[in-house]
Design a protein around this ligand. Structure first.
Ligand code: AMP
Ligand code: ZN
Length: 111
């Protein structure tokens, strides 16, 4: 989608520190990390929220979660990690292209 920063990163039109990519997803470093390791898993397909997840998008998200699980050790996350999906204003979603935050690399507070 035009003027979407994550579509542009996925297409390689603006730079990012990519750590993984395939035909469905890209994973790159968050520009403002909130943990020692803070990655973003972004589907190449543009949609903003889970409410827009139809059958194919739901299957895509399931595959993305499974891939994160398989890739975790290679991403420095063997000791554990947290996934976060901000949805809408109250959650502070700023990029309206669905993305999964991957946080880890250190013990994470949970309060
Ligand atoms: P959210 O608040 O869930 O919408 O998260 C958006 C995230 O994207 C924030 O953590 C930002 O730091 C991150 N972000 C925004 N622009 C970029 C960029 N060009 N490269 C990497 N991360 C970005
Ligand atoms: Zn997009």
């Amino acid at each position: 989608m035009e003027n979407c920063v994550f579509c542009k990163i996925a297409a390689g039109e603006i730079p990012s520190a990519k750590v993984y990519e395939d035909d469905e997803i890209v994973i790159f470093k968050d520009i403002e990390p909130k943990a020692k390791i803070h990655l973003l898993c972004v589907p190449r397909a543009h949609f903003a929220t889970l409410a827009e997840a139809d059958g194919e998008r739901t299957a895509l998200l399931a595959r993305a979660l499974a891939k994160i699980g398989r890739l975790a050790p290679d991403l420095g996350l063997a000791e554990g990690y947290r996934l976060v999906v901000n949805q809408g204003e109250n959650a502070g979603q700023t990029v309206m292209h669905l993305h999964i935050h991957i946080l880890g690399g250190e013990p994470l507070a949970w309060e």
